[in-house]
Write a protein of this length. Structure first.
Length: 138
């Protein structure tokens, strides 16, 4: 559809996408809370921002992924937007994604989360008890 609208349609589509992405970032990861949780993780891990190693930053990013239930790329963008890291360093993370993503996956496995652990089995917690309660009420 956008291709048929010409260049203006493509431009409008890109602008809409940026607006939607901005809305999602603000809704899912409010800047103030995002920064706060980032620094809380840094403190809990005993990390010094002036001597932060890449592996430690990735560990904190994974904690943020877990906290906000969002993928790596969303957190990478948000740490730039909230000025936790510079755009230049964010670009370095993007450029080295091939090396970083295995670390993200390894650290994610240490988290007690369903993030990145999708299964085909669907359930509702407590459904059996709810059904039994309904049946007894008949």
């Amino acid at each position: 559809m956008w291709e048929l609208a010409g260049e203006r349609g493509v431009l409008e589509s890109k602008i809409e996408e940026r607006i939607i992405n901005r809305f999602a970032a603000e809704l899912l990861m409010p800047a103030k809370e995002f920064r706060k949780t980032f620094w809380v993780h840094m403190e809990k891990l005993g990390l010094d921002p002036s001597r932060l190693r890449l592996v430690d930053l990735i560990r904190v990013i994974v904690l943020q992924m877990n906290d906000y239930m969002v993928p790596y790329e969303s957190v990478r963008k948000r740490v730039i937007e909230t000025k936790i890291i510079t755009q230049k360093f964010g670009d370095v993370l993007l450029k080295n994604e091939e090396t970083i993503l295995p670390l993200v996956n390894a650290f994610s496995k240490d988290q007690n989360t369903m993030l990145d652990r999708v299964t085909a089995k669907k359930t509702i917690p407590g459904l059996r008890n709810l059904l039994e309660t309904v049946e007894k009420g008949r």
